[in-house]
Design a protein around this ligand. Structure first.
Ligand SMILES: [Zn+2]
Length: 150
């Protein structure tokens, strides 16, 4: 079905439902359409945002806001950011393998496919970190709160 916005000769605007654009034209030509306000059969279609089932894709829903949990209610944005960061750390720490001081060597091995690809974490000096980046190895520094270091 298609919904058309219609306008009668007297300027009344109303909606009509039709099976197709041809169906509308047919009904109009046979003067089957009339304005519900004044009964005029002189009805024209006016451009409108189409509605109804046209088989067109649904408009995309706006992106969902970041997941909030009840514990975040009423908290200021900084506290919420801390919670989200803490949760991200938890995830990272549980899903990555701690290779400690071997991190730079291990990161290289993985990058050059000499070791199985996996998420690792560990320590690297600033220089080691820079060297890895220079080689194009994707590493990220993560400021860990002291309480999170074993
Ligand atoms: Zn009318």
């Amino acid at each position: 079905m298609i919904v058309f916005d219609l306008l009668c000769a007297a300027g009344h605007r109303f909606e009509g439902w039709f099976g197709s654009a041809a169906d509308f034209a047919d009904q109009r030509d046979r003067q089957l359409l009339c304005c519900p306000s004044c009964g005029s059969a002189s009805v024209e279609r006016v451009p409108s945002a189409s509605r109804g089932n046209l088989g067109a894709p649904e408009p995309k829903a706006p992106a969902a806001p970041p997941a909030r949990t009840p514990e975040m209610e009423g908290k200021d944005p900084f506290a919420i950011a801390q919670m989200l960061y803490s949760r991200m750390l938890d995830e990272l720490l549980t899903k990555s393998e701690d290779v400690g001081k071997e991190f730079p060597a291990e990161a290289r091995k993985i990058f050059y496919q000499e070791a199985p690809a996996r998420a690792i974490r560990g320590q690297a000096t600033t220089e080691e970190h820079e060297e890895l980046l220079d080689e194009g190895i994707p590493v990220a520094r993560l400021p860990l709160p002291p309480t999170r270091l074993n």
